[in-house]
Design a protein. Structure first.
Lengths: 275, 293
């Protein structure tokens, strides 16, 4: 098998296309690169879904936590505490065992049939957990930023007659985003790193369709040689991290475009690993 | 454990639950919490030590040592930590066996890597194939602790490096003008003062360490996650205490246990930070001074 054929056979293996059997003997570098790269599609899928949905929920949660009304603030505080205070690993296990308990055949509600079996598969269940998890972390970041919006800006907005929704949309929200962006970039990077936990914790890989680490572990188990597959995963993730920093850096530039160049906030990678 | 639990099938209601929760396997489950606590107690100081060494190396005037320190701190960024956990444990295991192999059986002719297998001579196995189960478990635990310490040490090094740079330069220069040597400045001025700057980062790291402990399960140690899965899965009539799939409740229990741990450490760390900030020339210290007035 030449390398090109390998790529044709395994490039979309993680999605169920191409060769059905994973390589069993004569492992070469090309196979490992292709299959692990194919698994990376899942990591990107989880990261993008969780981040894009999580962004909206996080804004809402941050607003709720900053709110003066107790019935809004308390649930938001508890949500953030539960998801930030416990390991993601346990959250995956818990979600999986809870979703498995739903009746297989689906639920009949007022004559409406709701299928439930798809919830236990990783693409839905794990994405949902990651979405809630990143919402909690991002909400804490946004809340911190919301609290440090300059007082003068808000007073100026009120002096111009901006209140309520208009004030939020035109003053508070853009400033909050600008202040939170460097920390949010970090959160995004580590969310992508956290996606490697999906197939390693509760959610089983259906028909050996797994993520990058799943295939790396497969190769390490078969070859008894961890020195090739794991560095390949590391390589892919470093590439992914750089891509993310570039994209988020562009957004950061746009958010800061009205400021003099010496007061702009720069994105800096800060360590924060497992959640 | 108790005499009235001798025949579990005849029990009902509360006494059944009591006997169930005190069965031998449950006692093992409770002990495994101790495993987690021991891991935390051993890993935290050793990671701090690794971090301290890394930060000192990164500040060193000797170029190779500085490069080593910088590489060490940069290592864990950019790569998911779980990759490190998976990688290091196998790599360490094989490394130790390889070195022992070189010492114990120098006249072993066959290659160690035979195609897909890693083969050392039987005397070089760590621990030996003949040794008891407890040694295998202890060895696995020690490997896990070392891996945790190495990965978290890199993060701690990062925090401590930042903290050492945050100590006001004027203080160090004053000390030098009094004629203190480099070592003396480091010991008497830098190290005592850096903790207030290091504490926010270190407490963050401690929280992360607590939340990383379930990864022990992936490293093959029989920790709380292992037992929760084991005990929670559905049990047929063949078992003493048959029950349906209760994993949800066990994981819920673990979740609450972790929430308690993180909440408790949050409270303790807040107190500690208030203590360290007392009288410091930082924003937090200034705020405390204002509040006291």
């Amino acid at each position: 098998m030449t390398c090109l054929e390998t790529i044709q056979a395994y490039a979309f293996r993680s999605l169920g296309f191409g060769e059905n059997l994973l390589p069993r003997t004569d492992f070469n570098l090309c196979q490992q690169f292709t299959l692990i790269g194919s698994g990376l599609i899942w990591n990107i899928y989880f990261g993008v879904i969780a981040l894009s949905l999580g962004f909206c929920l996080a804004t809402g949660l941050a607003m709720a936590k900053a709110s003066g009304r107790k019935w809004l603030r308390k649930p938001a505080e508890w949500f953030i505490f539960v998801f930030r205070g416990s390991p993601l690993f346990i959250q995956f296990f818990l979600a999986y065992s809870a979703l498995v308990m739903l009746p297989r055949a689906g639920i009949d509600l007022f004559g409406l049939h709701i299928a439930t079996s798809w919830l236990t598969s990783a693409w839905a269940g794990a994405a949902f957990v990651l979405f809630l998890n990143t919402s909690a972390y991002a909400a804490e970041i946004f809340y911190g930023a919301l609290m440090s919006v300059p007082k003068g800006d808000l007073e100026a907005a009120e002096a111009y007659g901006l209140t309520g929704w208009d004030k939020f949309r035109r003053i508070q929200w853009p400033t909050m985003l600008r202040l939170a962006w460097p920390a949010y970039t970090n959160e995004a990077i580590f969310l992508f790193h956290a996606t490697t936990l999906v197939f390693f914790s509760g959610f089983p890989a259906f028909q050996q369709r797994g993520d990058a680490l799943y295939y790396a572990n497969y190769f390490a188990d078969k070859t008894f040689n961890p020195f090739v597959p794991y560095p390949i995963v590391a390589f892919y993730f470093i590439l992914l991290t750089f891509t993310l920093i570039t994209i988020f850096g562009l957004v950061n530039k746009r958010l800061n475009r009205h400021l003099p160049s010496n007061t702009r906030s720069k994105i800096r990678l800060r360590p924060q690993l497992i959640r | 454990m108790f005499s009235f639990c001798a025949d579990p099938k005849s029990l009902e209601g509360f006494s059944w639950l009591f006997c169930y929760l005190t069965s031998g396997k449950h006692i093992d489950f409770y002990w495994s919490f101790l495993t987690v606590l021991i891991l935390l107690a051993v890993t935290a100081p050793s990671a701090l030590l690794f971090g301290f060494g890394g930060a000192m190396a990164a500040r060193s005037h000797v170029a190779p040592l500085r490069w080593f320190g910088k590489t060490y701190t940069a290592m864990v960024r950019g790569v998911p930590d779980i990759v490190f956990f998976m990688f290091f444990v196998i790599a360490l295991d094989q490394g130790i066996e390889w070195m022992k192999h070189q010492i114990v059986c120098p006249d072993w002719k066959e290659p160690i890597r035979q195609g897909l297998e890693f083969r050392v001579c039987p005397q070089a196995k760590v621990p030996l194939g003949t040794s008891s189960q407890i040694w295998h478990q202890l060895y696995g635990f020690a490997l896990a602790v070392f891996t945790f310490a190495l990965v978290f040490g890199a993060f701690a090094a990062n925090v401590l490096y930042g903290a050492m740079n945050a100590v006001p330069k004027a203080q160090l220069e004053t000390a030098e003008s009094y004629g203190m040597s480099h070592g003396q400045v480091f010991r008497r001025i830098l190290v005592p003062q850096m903790w207030t700057y290091a504490l926010p980062g270190l407490s963050n790291l401690w929280m992360i360490l607590i939340k990383a402990t379930p990864l022990l399960f992936l490293l093959g140690v029989k920790d709380i996650v292992y037992w929760a899965r084991e005990l929670g899965s559905a049990k047929t009539q063949a078992y003493a205490y048959p029950h349906p799939d209760w994993r949800l409740w066990y994981f819920l229990f673990l979740l609450v246990a972790y929430l308690c741990m993180t909440r408790l450490s949050e409270i303790v760390l807040n107190r500690l930070s208030a203590r360290l900030n007392h009288g410091q020339a930082t924003a937090a210290g200034e705020a405390m001074r204002r509040a006291a007035q």
